[in-house]
Ligand binder design. Structure first.
Ligand code: MRU
Length: 361
């Protein structure tokens, strides 16, 4: 990704310091947050300074590498175990985070000695981040042919480069189409309560020069019903073995609308988001976040100061599930780094197990 003419990843490791774009400040301020320890990196995930399935996966891998670098010789194994527990407890839904912790732990276990273990942890974390960025680029190439010249696309949340190490999932085909001069147009739902659409996707698309309109979440149905949306393109936080998809809250609503109006509904995700050990969406743990995210909003005021304001009666209570589950039956196809995959268990298993001959859609 390029920001103000400079290339960035959303999160990276410099020596033993994890550095990341602080997504809490966007779109009003572009700042890099330094996380010197694995504890700081875990905190950055908890506070959503870094967010999005791929990006928290990369951060989790780097956090594990930091733990390996800093663990004392006498208590190396227990320090790694503790760090893994801490990072796993940051956020429950996105598969990539758990996948990264598992991969780094496995690389440490296989190392013959302490120094090799530290090296293996860093190399594995870096490889995972690189693979995540490369998968995003391939997803873009696989999804780009689905978009006609001037295609009108609706997305949800932010599944762009900020949500990955680079490129993104749902937005990657749009970026590839834009680079080929196809001029896509993107409907960007605000994605209440945290506003990842309004704050992050709108900013990203602006940086890439992609035409878009921010819409209230409540307006999605109207644009789909009017025939103004050619396809929906969303990301995923975890995909069960049967193809059920956990993604940002509101995704299920969009999938039902797409089905009702016969609009294709594509889910873009890399291999690391698929979870064969979760049989169906019913087994996915859905994060329930604090009610203050619903009851309060915050942003920049006209006099250029950050403000947090309450939008409901002081005594009102709220519920705040961060994700929902879209049944596989509502998914037209998965867009992956290996191409389009039909939402069928056999096709998903073949893809995840890296079989070369994929069942046809
Ligand atoms: O709660 P967030 O902002 O971390 O939500 C995750 C997401 O960004 C989305 O659900 C997204 O579509 C999948 S991430 C590529």
């Amino acid at each position: 990704m390029r920001v103000q003419g400079r290339s960035y990843r959303s999160v990276w490791l410099e020596g033993a310091v994890v550095r990341l774009i602080d997504q809490r400040l966007l779109p009003h301020q572009f700042a890099i947050l330094d996380c010197p320890t694995s504890h700081d990196t875990a905190q950055a995930i908890v506070t959503m300074a870094v967010r999005g399935a791929g990006a928290i996966g990369a951060a989790a891998g780097f956090g594990m590498a930091q733990a390996a670098l800093g663990a004392p010789q006498g208590s190396f194994a227990s320090s790694i175990e503790q760090a893994a527990r801490m990072i796993r407890s940051t956020r429950p839904t996105a598969r990539d985070l758990f996948y990264a912790v598992e991969c780094v732990e496995a690389s440490i276990r296989q190392a013959p000695d302490l120094e090799a273990a530290r090296r293996a942890a860093v190399q594995t974390a870096q490889r995972l981040a690189d693979e995540n960025a490369a998968a995003g680029e391939q997803i873009g190439l696989a999804g780009e042919p689905l978009l006609q010249d001037g295609a009108n696309v609706m997305t949800q949340c932010n599944a762009g480069w900020l949500a990955f190490a680079d490129w993104g999932s749902a937005l990657a085909p749009i970026y590839q189409a834009q680079r080929r001069g196809k001029r896509p147009f993107v409907y960007v739902p605000e994605t209440r309560p945290r506003g990842q659409g309004a704050k992050l996707t709108a900013w990203e698309l602006g940086q890439e020069g992609v035409s878009h309109a921010l819409i209230a979440d409540t307006a999605c149905g109207t644009f789909i019903q009017r025939g103004e949306v050619d396809c929906l393109l969303v990301g995923a936080d975890r995909i069960a073995a049967n193809g059920d998809v956990a993604n940002k809250i509101g995704t299920y609503t969009l999938a039902v609308l797409a089905d009702r109006h016969h609009v294709p509904f594509y889910v873009a995700a890399p291999r690391s988001t698929f979870d064969l050990s979760t049989p169906t969406g019913a087994a996915i743990v859905i994060e329930e976040r604090g009610e203050e995210e619903v009851l309060w909003v915050w942003g920049r005021s006209a006099d250029d100061t950050w403000q947090r304001v309450q939008i409901s009666p002081a005594a009102t209570r709220a519920r705040n599930p961060a994700f929902d589950v879209t049944p596989a039956a509502l998914v037209t196809a998965f867009i992956t780094e290996a191409g389009l995959i039909p939402p069928r268990p056999d096709a998903i298993e073949a893809f995840v197990r890296r079989e070369t001959a994929l069942p046809s859609a």
